[in-house]
Design a protein around this ligand. Structure first.
Ligand code: ATP
Length: 357
């Protein structure tokens, strides 16, 4: 089911929580709404579910305008952060509930509940009550309950936030598998960038009720539209610069660290103030001569899979670098030349202020 949002606006009292949100979510897509707490993700999900009415704009499922369609006529399934299972009912009864409301005949009900429980791999738990299940198992049941009605649209509101890291990773894989099998158009709300990068077909990054960028995970991560998106979706080191010249294949940027070359024509005239950004994992801890700069190691943070280095450039700017499985841990105070490939440099017009590292 294709979902179209056209200039959707939502206000609570005098506060505008969503402002002219326009999105096209394709049929069968696993689409993420990502953003910090309070940016309006849940409100947007609730507008799609029909729990809220928009104050402006239009919502369509396929060609059908949904603005005034009540929630129970939208055929959406919803899963919440808190599993919201009925404690006095068995797993089977919890999953069957939506079919009872729809007056589905008993034999079909049995078949569909079993099918939904099989999909989430919980068929062996049908007679248990929710309090005899782990958090991960309860969330599987909540998923089965949403799937059993064969929804046109599945809405997931931070479904993994209550789970510990291991279960979260396990259920992430399950959600990917279930979406692959069912191909139900799914809108998934989270503030966890890893979750969205690893699962999404496409994602929208929201800030203060406004969509900042829409794209597939790789392009949003590698080519963020602005500083907010770059910082929200991963760590970024920033230094000030200005465009040294307008060229075709490269853009030279004058910075306190010397001239840095970025890939391609930035489209910006010589003298334009810019931020130059690069991810910690893009820093090469050896001098590859291009885009190289002196630095001194200030701090080492051991993070298991990676070693995180905090380095100081000669102008005093601190930046981070990641080393994966380093052969030897470098001592603090160590001088080293680092480099960043030109394709890993991000150049954005300098219109916003720079937070500290
Ligand atoms: P979180 O990740 O913390 O759940 P969110 O991005 O989902 O945040 P929303 O729950 O959509 O954010 O809330 C967006 C803004 O709207 C917040 O400032 C919130 O306080 C406000 N808000 C949400 N629901 C209501 C309501 N029913 N009445 C008044 N204000 C509301």
């Amino acid at each position: 089911m294709q979902i179209s949002l056209h200039n959707l606006t939502k206000r609570f009292g005098n506060t505008t929580v969503l402002r002219d949100v326009s999105l096209e979510i394709a049929d069968r897509e696993l689409f993420f709404l990502l953003g910090p707490s309070g940016c309006g993700k849940t409100t947007l999900l609730r507008l799609i579910a029909g729990f809220y009415q928009p104050d402006g704009g239009e919502l369509r499922f396929g060609p059908r305008r949904m603005n005034d369609v009540p929630p129970h006529e939208r055929n959406t399934g919803m899963v919440f952060q808190s599993y919201a299972l009925w404690p006095h009912m068995t797993v089977f009864q919890n999953v069957a509930y939506g079919l009872e409301i729809r007056k589905v005949p008993a034999p079909e009900k049995l078949e569909r509940v079993n099918e939904a429980l099989r999909t989430v791999r919980m068929e062996a738990f049908a007679t248990r009550s929710p309090n005899q299940l782990s958090g991960g198992q309860q969330q599987r049941v909540a998923l089965a309950r949403a799937l059993v009605i064969r929804p046109d649209v599945l809405l997931l509101d931070e479904p993994l936030s209550n789970l510990d890291t291991r279960l979260r990773l396990e259920l992430r894989d399950e959600i990917r598998r279930i979406h692959g099998e069912t191909k139900i158009t799914t809108v998934y709300v989270t503030h966890d960038q890893q979750e969205s990068l690893s699962l999404a077909d496409r994602l929208a990054v929201l800030k203060d009720g406004v969509v900042e960028q829409v794209g597939d995970p790789r392009s949003v991560y590698r080519r963020p539209a602005n500083r907010f998106v770059a910082d929200f979706i991963g760590e970024t080191n920033w230094i000030e610069g200005e465009v040294a010249a307008r060229e075709v294949a490269t853009t030279p940027i004058r910075t306190a660290w010397g001239i840095l070359q970025s890939e391609g024509d930035s489209g910006m005239a010589a003298g334009t103030p810019v931020w130059v950004g690069f991810r910690p994992e893009a820093v090469q801890l050896t001098d590859h001569s291009e885009n190289s700069f002196a630095s001194q190691l200030c701090r080492v943070n051991y993070l298991g899979a990676i070693e995180e280095y905090v380095l100081r450039a000669p102008d005093g700017t601190l930046f981070k670098a990641f080393a994966r499985n380093p052969a030897a841990v470098l001592p603090t105070g160590h001088d080293l030349r680092c480099s960043v490939r030109r394709r890993d440099l991000l150049v954005l017009p300098r219109t916003e202020s720079l937070p500290g590292l």
